[in-house]
Design a protein. Sequence first.
Length: 114
Amino acid sequence: VQLQASGGGLVQAGGSLRLSCAASRINFSIYTMHWRRQAPGKQRELVATITRAGSTDYTNSVKGRFTISRDNAKNTVYLQMNSLKPDDTAVYYCHAELFRSNYWGQGTLVTVSS
């Protein structure tokens, strides 16, 4: 199983980025997919979740700015991030979850300058 995250980079505050996470060797459509992030010196936190049914949930700090989506035909989950803030600076990880099965991507760095 492989989860390949991409799309991170350096952006100014107020800008946008779209992260992608492509999964391989996994029955992607039945997994709940999460985006998590870890800022320097902080614990990893859950940012957004999308279930196999397409239901979504977000941590309060990104509601209204971030959108998680999935394309099961492409085995890919996305995180559209708008109105980025310096506090959004972190390494972003995708995470596939199904009962006790958990798979993680390698992370992609997002840096938001003020």
